[in-house]
Design a binder for this molecule. Structure first.
Ligand code: 3PG
Length: 217
């Protein structure tokens, strides 16, 4: 998967994309290895902390089996910085044409965040059909995704925000859901304590979740 990674491949690699917030560069590599050991390779490191880019760099350099991406990409500058750091894909909490254009120009697969029909249409106008539904639970959850199956039947979603082991299977059962995103694979206390075995267990459980058959054809 070294070349021509697509947003669809990012979504289809595993049922869950972990949303990772790192405050210490020293945690990046062992955390990434722990997730990969559990079968989760697509890793979204959010650009929310001062060390986020350094963490992306470290994972890109030292964990060849991981595919590291940048989350919380909100500007063209974010997309450029993430690419320079070694990010292989980007995830954004919302959508702007500027972010869409920048990612196209960089060749950086993007999962744009959407929460309304108008946002879906704006992203589709720019060629994006694999979208993050954010914040999923707060913006309508399962019912919203079901309502979108009719008018937006060509869109595949990665619902993120409020997804947990308790409801992930319900989302993954929908034919327009390719995967889900969530922070539950990397609990802050486990990261702080260096409890990588717990993170591998959480990753293994997430990797074993079933998905709707339509997404694997
Ligand atoms: C985020 O951007 O923080 C994600 O939506 C994660 O949400 P979660 O903590 O509810 O999984």
């Amino acid at each position: 998967m070294a070349v021509n990674l697509t947003a669809l491949q990012v979504m289809q690699d595993a049922p869950v994309i972990p949303v990772i917030v790192l405050g210490d560069v020293a945690h990046a590599v062992p955390l990434a290895r722990a997730l990969v050991a559990g079968g989760i390779r697509m890793l979204e490191v959010t650009l929310r902390t001062p060390v986020a880019l350094a963490c992306i760099e470290a994972i890109a350099r030292d964990v060849p089996d991981a595919v590291v991406g940048a989350g919380t990409v909100r500007s063209a500058a974010d997309a450029q910085a993430a690419t320079l750091a070694g990010a292989r894909f980007a995830v954004s909490p919302g959508y702007t044409h500027a972010v869409g254009r920048a990612c196209h120009e960089l060749g950086l697969p993007l999962l744009p965040g959407v929460a309304t029909g108008s946002e879906i249409m704006a992203a589709q106008e720019d060629g994006y059909t694999e979208l993050k539904f954010f914040p999923a639970m707060q913006a309508g959850g399962l019912a919203m995704l079901k309502a979108w199956q009719g008018p937006f039947g060509d869109v595949r979603f990665c619902p993120t925000g409020g997804i947990s082991p308790a409801n992930a299977a319900d989302f993954l059962a929908l034919s327009n859901v390719a995967c889900v995103g969530g922070s539950w694979l990397t609990p802050a206390d486990a990261v702080a304590q260096g409890d990588w075995a717990r993170i591998t267990t959480l990753a293994r459980e997430a990797a074993a979740l079933a998905r709707a058959p339509a997404m694997h054809e």
